[in-house]
Design a protein around this ligand. Structure first.
Ligand SMILES: Nc1ncnc2c1ncn2[C@@H]1O[C@H](COP(=O)(O)OP(=O)(O)OP(=O)(O)O)[C@@H](O)[C@H]1O
Ligand SMILES: [Mg+2]
Length: 253
């Protein structure tokens, strides 16, 4: 699905009764099937952007559209994942991933079948009966990823989904996301603080300025796919990472 933002801005009420700008105005388009990473300083409005795109928060002015339709409530073909896995502690891995299907009224046998076909790709096939408290951080995020992918969203919004993981687990999981993406979903917008992760995953990296966040750089990542961890040592990769880094540094200068 195509996304487009036009002069979108968000303000929050401040203590004096005024409005404090948090984001924008910002305009950009995301083509169908594109993987876009968003980077920028803390507090610049990245999570706010994700919430507006997900229909969880109204824009103060301007608009966000999906395939020309105004986003005013959570679109059914969108899924959102945050930094915290947010699994339900009393449900097994299987039942956590199956939750969106249960809510959608899919019969039990059918939803278990759908989840079980996904488990090997999440490397969770031996752990479906475990409870969240029994999982490592990486396993919990894999289950959370399963819960969004099982919905087969056309648009996936990710807000620092791997932020709490160690570097290697994070890299592994993010490459799994790329593999899953080929099969299950299309457009992805992902917020990350990790420049290497952004360049490794994305077709495009957007650099957002300090609060209120505006678009300062829009960097195309024309690296071949499938992406591989070794690419991080390649000259083109290093050049692109440098550009993203300089974009962020200019903001802080
Ligand atoms: N509900 C709210 N009410 C008031 N202010 C808010 C609200 N949500 C966010 N803000 C403010 O808006 C600004 C942008 O917040 P946001 O969470 O989008 O930043 P961020 O770029 O995601 O930061 P981080 O990288 O630390 O996650 C911040 O200054 C924040 O304090
Ligand atoms: Mg945030």
């Amino acid at each position: 699905m195509r996304l487009s933002l036009r002069e979108l801005s968000v303000s929050f009420p401040d203590p004096e009764g005024g409005a404090a700008p948090a984001l924008g105005p910002i305009s950009f388009d995301v083509a169908d099937d594109q993987f876009v990473c968003v980077v920028g300083p803390s507090g610049c409005g990245k999570s706010t952007l994700i919430r507006v795109l997900g229909g969880l928060l109204p824009a103060t002015s301007g608009e966000a559209r999906c395939d020309d339709e105004l986003i005013s409530r959570p679109p059914s073909q969108f899924a959102i994942m945050f930094q915290d896995a947010n699994l339900m502690p009393w449900r097994t891995v299987l039942d956590n991933i199956a939750l969106p299907l249960e809510i959608a009224g899919v019969p039990r046998a059918q939803r278990y079948e759908m989840v079980r076909s996904l488990l090997p790709q999440l490397r969770l096939e031996d752990f479906e009966q475990l409870y969240p408290a029994e999982l490592s951080g990486g396993m919990a995020q894999r289950a959370a990823l399963g819960r969004v992918i099982v919905q087969q969203p056309r648009v996936l919004l990710l807000d620092e989904p791997f932020g709490a993981l160690d570097a290697l687990t994070r890299e592994k999981l993010s490459l799994e996301l790329l593999r899953l993406r080929q099969r299950y979903m299309q457009t992805i917008i992902m917020v990350t603080h990790d420049i290497g992760e952004a360049v490794l995953l994305a077709d495009r990296v957007l650099v957002i300025s300090r609060r209120p966040g505006r678009l300062v750089e829009d960097i195309a990542i024309a690296l071949p796919r499938p992406r591989k961890p070794e690419m991080k040592y390649h000259r083109d990769f290093i050049q692109l990472s440098k550009r993203v880094r300089e974009g962020i540094e200019d903001i802080n200068a």
